[in-house]
Every structure is written in structure tokens, then in C-alpha cells.
Ligand binder design. Structure first.
Ligand code: GDP
Ligand code: IMO
Ligand code: MG
Length: 432
């Protein structure tokens, strides 16, 4: 029986991690975000109510669960406060006992957001297509050892000192290189001290909290953000986000050792999507892609941008299985494939006549290859009504079995609609 489970996206993000974590949260005690920031948009639909969470873990909709924002996350306090307030207005409890924020998580500062947007503008055609939320620049400062952390909000003098130190360099860069206005230290100080008043009571040593929870055999769910192919090391670099999104980061980003992580589960859509720029071998720039976008409602939960759509990429999946150490798979949005005559799965890449079976890390190769497809028959019936695997149409079951075979791991949950109830749990990972 697994008592700590890591959920990561196996594609380019938006695989339905929020929905899956919401379902599994029922069986866990604690849900932890361990990387990323409010570039994430995790959608949960309960009855007719839709929630999009950017920073707060997707366990918050369950009474009595603890939610932790770990040290690996970068936090825009204004966004966090708004999210807390919105949840409260909608009748959900968010307080200092059920939402804990790591002292070591880094803050997103106003200049990070300006850097992000201005840099993208300067890049022109070669832009990454970031969410513009200041995620990359905040992580840069963390690694450059000049970042300001959540814990600094509790130490006014130190916060002010660090801010002033940062602004010396930042204001010059903003004006001279990015041609933007500089920032006034006093103004930011006042703004952030007001944030400190609001969220200060949530800020604590979450590594110790999680360690104690592990010692008490609590069940912990680690909620990944983005997806494997957006990982800064293992993704389609440089068209990636600025954090490690793979499962091992769950340990680093929450302050526990890798020996404390249990089962690792990947989430994939039954097809593929990507937001922003960068290579996407199975992208369909035609009516088939438009159909997936329309039927799947493929518009970004954070920025509203249309998502690029394409067929399932099993080469990318085997890469995700390897770099995460995936043990099980969850397939979402199977219902979006209902009614198709044929469904394609990419099983290899043709690169100048040579068939590649492994996902290349070289961007120039990725941009030049052609997917090799196998074609499976589709199904007419509506999968959304299926309550168990056997209820699915035969061809839908064959499709899932084929994905299992290509991935070399079992599919333990199949999601067939956006709502919490629309899911087939083949195996409950907390009980196996
Ligand atoms: P995340 O970032 O991985 O949490 O995924 P997003 O929330 O950004 O995107 C997933 C979208 O698909 C959301 O709008 C979900 O409500 C929706 N969704 C999740 N699972 C299913 C499913 O099985 N079927 C359908 N039709 N929609 C789903
Ligand atoms: P969830 O958690 C999909 C993408 C952006 C851009 C690249 C870098 O909802 O799956 P960033 O702002 O992170 O520097 O942008 O990463 N991106 C996502 N795409 N889902 C996400 O999160 C994403 N978070 C970032 O579109 O291409
Ligand atoms: Mg999303």
C-alpha cells in the first residue's frame, strides 16, 4: 500500500492533473505542490461548480485535508491572496491550519513579471510563449542567490535590505536593456508588507511538517504542475518552463528525502496538447486538430490561449515513463475521442529516413522529424456513461490496452468527462 503518491503530467501540461488530484485527495491526508507557480491552471469541476486553482493544491475542496505549498514553488502573493479569498467566498475553508506555505518558497516580485513580458517582446519570433507571470525570472534569482523568499516577508528589515540590493541591479537592467520603468523600493515594500499581514500566518517550515506527517503514516499526495516535456532538463529545451517538473522534484521541492516518495503516476490526455511555442511532433494543424480543440475545450486555464492539439505521442510517453520512473498511468479526456472513425498513435519518429524510437533532446531534430503513426478504429458510443472499464466500447478498451502496451505500465484510472464523478478508477493507488 502506497502512502505517498506523486502525480505528474506526462505531456506538455494541462493533462487534467487538477481533476485527478481532486479525486485522489479524498483518500489522502495532505496535498503538496512542489514546483511551478501561477503559470499552472488546474481545473476541478464539482457538480456544476468549476474551480481553477493556480497555486493552492487541488485538495482544498475536500474538508479536513491539509494543503502545502512547498519550497520548490514560486509565489505571487497577490495571486495567492485572491485565490484564498475566492475560495472563501465560495464557501470553502482556507485557514492557517489547512494551508501551509514553505518559508523557503521564493516570491515573485513585480520586476519579475516585467522582465518576463519584456524579454518575450524582445525575443520576437523566437519567444517561448511564457505565461508572463514572472515564473522564469523568479527562479533565475533563486539560482543566482539573490531571490527573496516567503520567510523574508516575516522579517521586515531583511526584506527591505534584500529588496534594495536587488533593485540596484534590476532597475538598471529594466531601464537600460529592457527599456522599462524602474521600481521604487518603498512602494514594493509597503505592498509586500501588506501581503505579509494577510499570509504571514500560513508561512512555516513545511519540511518539518511533512516529516512529522510521514512519521505518523499520513497519506500524502504530491501534485505536479506543468508536464514532463516542459521540464527544464528533460523537456523540449529551451521551450520549457523554469523548474523541474518530473517526479524526483517532489522530494526536493517539498523538503523530504527521495526514500519517502511512494508510487509515481503520470497523467496523459488521450491525445496531446501544448500551449506556447516549441516543437510538437504530432501537432495537427488542420480540421482534425480544430475538432480536438473545440470538443476538448482546449483553451488555456491560465492565459485563455488556444491550445495546440494533436494525436497521442507514445514516443514522448516512453520518455516520460523513463525520466519520471512512472509506475502507472492515468488517461484523461477519453470522451473527446468519441465519434471518431479512426484514431492515430505516434509510435516512432522518422528523421531523414531513420526511425527514432527515443525522444530526442536536440531541438533541431525535434523540429524536423515526422511522426510514424499506427491507426486504430474509433468508436461511436458515448464513453462518459461508463462506470467501469468493461462498460467502455470495445475499441476504446483496445485503445487503452494499446497505450498500456506501448508505455509498459498499467492504466489505473480513465477520465471520461470534466466532472469529479466522470472517472473510472481501475485501481486505487492508495489501496494497492
Ligand atoms: P491541469 O493543468 O493538468 O490540471 O489541466 P487543466 O485544468 O489545465 O486542463 C484540463 C481540462 O480538461 C480542464 O478544463 C478540465 O476540466 C478538463 N478535463 C479533465 N479531465 C477531463 C475528461 O476526462 N474529459 C473532459 N471532457 N474534460 C476533462
Ligand atoms: P499546468 O500546471 C501548460 C508553458 C507556457 C510556455 C512555457 C513557459 O496547468 O499544466 P512559463 O510561464 O512557465 O515560463 O512558460 O510553459 N506552461 C504551461 N503549459 N500547462 C501549464 O501548467 C503550464 N505552465 C507553463 O505556455 O510554453
Ligand atoms: Mg492547466
Amino acid at each position: 500500500m502506497s502512502s505517498s503518491i506523486v502525480i505528474v503530467g506526462a505531456q506538455w501540461g494541462d493533462e487534467g492533473k487538477g481533476k485527478v488530484v481532486d479525486i485522489l485527495a479524498e483518500y489522502s491526508d495532505i496535498v503538496v505542490r512542489f514546483q511551478g507557480g501561477n503559470n499552472a491552471g488546474h481545473t476541478i469541476v464539482v457538480g456544476d461548480d468549476k474551480f481553477i486553482l493556480h497555486l493552492i493544491p487541488s485538495g482544498i475542496l475536500h474538508y479536513g485535508k491539509k494543503c502545502v505549498i512547498g519550497n520548490g514553488v514560486v509565489i505571487d502573493p497577490a495571486v495567492l491572496i485572491e485565490e484564498i479569498e475566492t475560495l472563501k467566498k465560495r464557501g470553502y475553508a482556507v485557514n492557517e491550519s489547512n494551508l501551509l506555505i514553505s518559508k523557503e518558497s521564493h516570491l515573485i516580485m513585480p520586476y519579475h513579471k516585467v522582465y518576463d513580458v519584456a524579454r518575450e517582446r524582445l525575443k520576437g519570433e523566437s519567444k517561448i510563449g511564457t505565461t508572463g507571470r514572472g515564473i522564469g525570472p523568479s527562479y533565475e534569482d533563486k539560482v543566482a542567490r539573490c531571490g527573496i523568499r516567503c520567510g523574508d516577508l516575516l522579517r521586515k528589515n531583511i526584506f527591505f535590505e534584500k529588496l534594495n540590493e536587488n533593485l540596484i541591479e534590476k532597475n538598471r537592467f529594466l531601464k537600460d536593456v529592457l527599456h522599462e520603468d524602474g521600481f521604487d523600493a518603498q512602494k514594493i515594500y509597503k505592498q509586500y508588507m501588506a501581503y505579509a499581514e494577510r499570509i504571514g500566518g500560513h508561512i512555516t517550515n513545511t519540511s518539518i511538517f511533512l516529516d512529522n506527517a510521514i512519521k505518523q503514516s499520513k497519506k500524502i499526495l504530491f501534485e505536479g504542475a506543468q508536464g514532463t516535456l516542459l521540464d527544464v532538463d528533460h523537456g523540449t529545451y529551451p521551450f520549457v518552463t523554469s523548474s523541474n517538473t518530473v517526479a524526483a522534484q517532489a522530494a526536493i521541492g517539498s523538503g523530504i528525502g527521495p526514500t519517502k516518495l511512494g508510487m509515481v503516476i503520470g497523467v496523459s490526455k488521450a491525445y496531446t496538447t501544448r500551449v506556447g511555442e516549441g516543437p510538437f511532433p504530432t501537432e495537427l494543424k488542420n480540421e482534425e486538430g480544430d475538432r480536438l480543440r473545440e470538443k476538448g475545450g482546449e483553451f488555456g486555464a491560465t492565459t485563455g490561449r488556444p491550445r495546440r492539439c494533436g494525436w497521442f505521442d507514445a514516443v514522448a510517453l516512453t520518455h516520460a515513463v523513463r525520466v519520471n520512473g512512472l509506475e502507472s498511468l492515468i488517461i484523461t479526456k477519453l470522451d473527446i475521442l468519441d465519434g471518431l472513425d479512426e484514431i492515430k498513435i505516434c509510435t516512432g519518429y522518422d528523421y531523414n529516413g531513420r526511425i527514432l524510437e527515443d525522444f530526442p533532446s536536440d531541438i533541431s531534430v525535434l523540429q524536423d522529424l515526422k511522426p510514424v503513426y499506427e491507426t486504430l478504429p474509433g468508436w461511436e458510443q458515448d464513453t462518459q456513461r461508463a462506470a467501469c472499464f468493461e462498460d467502455l466500447p470495445l475499441n476504446a478498451r483496445e485503445y487503452i490496452k494499446r497505450l498500456e502496451l506501448l508505455a509498459g505500465i498499467d492504466v489505473i484510472m480513465i477520465s471520461v468527462g470534466a466532472k469529479r464523478k466522470d472517472a473510472i478508477m481501475v485501481k486505487n493507488p492508495f489501496e494497492t
